[in-house]
Design a protein around this ligand. Structure first.
Ligand SMILES: [Zn+2]
Length: 118
């Protein structure tokens, strides 16, 4: 078994791919693409949980507006907004955690001296 040093994905030792799904180049041991991809994923995850938090913070505003205008749907719409906000926040925080770990691993690999060619 071979493991990706960035994302811990496993392959059969006989046939590792040239590039991992996380962007790490196994053949050349180059983590630069992995750093770029992890950085992009981290900022996407940050946007996601911030949007979820914003949706949660706006729940009272939505409820107040709907109670005044269309009373019947106010509870359902507000509950849906709350659920979607919670979901987006939770998913964003979890994805951010994974992306941060991968970014840290890839950046540590960048700091290692290049392998000597024999
Ligand atoms: Zn990987």
């Amino acid at each position: 078994m071979t493991r990706c040093p960035v994302c811990n994905a496993r392959w059969a030792a006989a046939a590792p791919p040239e590039r991992c799904a996380c962007g790490y180049e196994l053949a050349s041991r180059d983590p630069r693409l992995a750093v770029v991809l992890a950085t992009e994923e981290l900022s996407a995850a940050n946007r996601r949980w911030r949007r979820g938090l914003l949706a949660l913070l706006l729940v009272p505003v939505t409820f107040a507006f709907l109670v005044v205008s269309v009373e019947a749907l106010a509870g359902v719409v507000t509950a849906t907004q709350m659920l979607l906000g919670l979901l987006a926040s939770g998913v964003g925080i979890a994805q951010g955690h994974v992306a941060r770990n991968r970014l840290r691993a890839a950046q540590q690999l960048m700091q290692l001296p290049p392998a000597r060619v024999l």
